[in-house]
Design a protein around this ligand. Structure first.
Ligand SMILES: [Zn+2]
Ligand SMILES: [Zn+2]
Length: 121
């Protein structure tokens, strides 16, 4: 999931990772600058979310998640500011079935129906 592989929209040259200002870090996951025309592009966290459609564990990458109605005090909660920001937007709380990490994610759970045998196309 690296948006840096994209060519510059203005001239088509390769983009290079650029440093983010302090204020930019709150909203943008990454910034890129074109080597040739100096065009600068920023990718927000929400661009990343759109790219990855389904919720996945931030630690081990598994899609085996359990929707939590209440926070479990024993299991760990991901306190990444990006996760807490999603909580502010009303994201549901998920728990990874593998590492038991709890985290907020605005994305939907992947459809499990596709895995059921004989469920059709
Ligand atoms: Zn360019
Ligand atoms: Zn996990």
């Amino acid at each position: 999931m690296h948006l840096g592989a994209l060519p510059c929209a203005a001239c088509g040259a390769g983009m290079r990772r650029s440093r983010r200002a302090l204020g930019e870090r709150l909203y943008y996951a990454a910034a890129y600058r074109c080597d040739r025309c100096r065009e600068r592009v920023r990718a927000s966290y929400f661009d990343y979310l759109r790219e990855a459609r389904y919720a996945a564990c931030p630690k081990c990458g598994w899609y085996d998640l359990v929707l939590q109605t209440r926070r479990d005090r024993i299991d760990k909660l991901n306190r990444n500011p990006f996760r807490l920001l999603q909580w502010l937007f009303g994201a549901p709380l998920y728990r990874c079935a593998h590492c038991r990490l709890q985290f907020y994610d605005l994305r939907r759970l992947p459809r499990r129906k596709a895995r059921i045998k004989g469920a059709g196309a």
